[in-house]
Design a protein around this ligand. Structure first.
Ligand code: PEP
Length: 253
């Protein structure tokens, strides 16, 4: 079975004391995570080490950075490199979140560079894709997402893309309280899998964990995660509330 993942995206929220209290609450509950289930906490850069220390020794719970830069090192004030993340033992990095695409003008080609540098430093990307509302209304979302994958991921070798994590996040559902229907999520996830199968193989496509993101909460996680091609979720707002996220973790199949 594919790896099922509950990923928290804290975005630019919480003071350190709040972040630590949240993690304390999450790990206070003995989670029955199977070998095929993972929890990933994408936390702000300054909290990576503190959260890592808190979860040390906890099975199947990892931290992720929310971004990294395309270059290894140098005069890039304010940026954080994949090499730095690797040097502190981070294993995951979120790339291509729609907020980075929109506010920081990250395009598919830049994201291909970020994916490459992340892989060079043994980081596992959680690669985000998804269409804006206008594209959904025009009915061209399949092609839109396919182009995102082609331009940012399809230069990878079969070996590099096997086991990859992709998060499908329709932009119109992020932070809006508006969730894609289970069927809309399933249809897009199946489309992503079939595009990957066409480029690589069915075996590769079947190895990829495709997370759904967009207003996932305790009350809807179980039904969304139960869809055949949905392998968990990338969760923003609800991941900041311990009880909500614990229920979401427990909703993984
Ligand atoms: C996200 O930040 O990736 C996200 C899906 O946010 P929310 O769950 O708040 O919609």
């Amino acid at each position: 079975m594919r790896t099922q993942i509950a990923a928290a995206n804290w975005k630019m929220n919480l003071a350190l004391s709040e972040a630590e209290a949240l993690v304390d609450q999450l790990i206070a509950v003995p989670h029955q995570l199977n070998n095929n289930q993972l929890v990933i906490l994408a936390v702000p850069f300054p909290y990576l080490i503190a959260v890592q220390n808190k979860i040390a020794g906890k099975k199947n719970i990892f931290v992720a950075a929310q971004n990294c830069y395309t270059k290894k090192s140098g005069a890039f004030t304010g940026e954080v490199s994949a090499a730095m993340l690797q040097s502190i033992g981070v294993e995951y990095v979120v790339l291509g979140h729609s907020e980075r695409r929109e506010y920081f003008k990250e395009d598919n080609s830049l994201l291909a560079d970020k994916v490459n540098i992340a892989l060079e430093h043994n980081l596992k990307p959680v690669f985000c894709c998804g269409e804006p509302l206008a594209v959904r209304e025009a009915g061209t979302q399949d092609k839109y997402v396919e182009t995102q994958l082609q331009e940012s991921l399809f230069h990878l070798s079969e070996h590099e893309i096997t086991g990859f994590i992709i998060a499908y996040e329709p932009i119109w559902a992020i932070g809006t309280g508006k969730t894609a229907t289970n069927q809309q999520a399933q249809d897009m996830h199946a489309n992503i899998r079939s595009v990957i199968a066409g480029k690589y193989s069915v075996t590769v496509a079947d190895s990829i964990s495709i997370l759904y993101g967009g207003s996932v909460k305790a009350s809807n996680a179980k039904e969304i995660f139960s869809m055949t091609d949905v392998d968990g979720g990338l969760v923003g707002g609800a991941s900041l509330i311990a009880d909500e996220f614990i229920t979401i973790m427990n909703s993984l199949k």
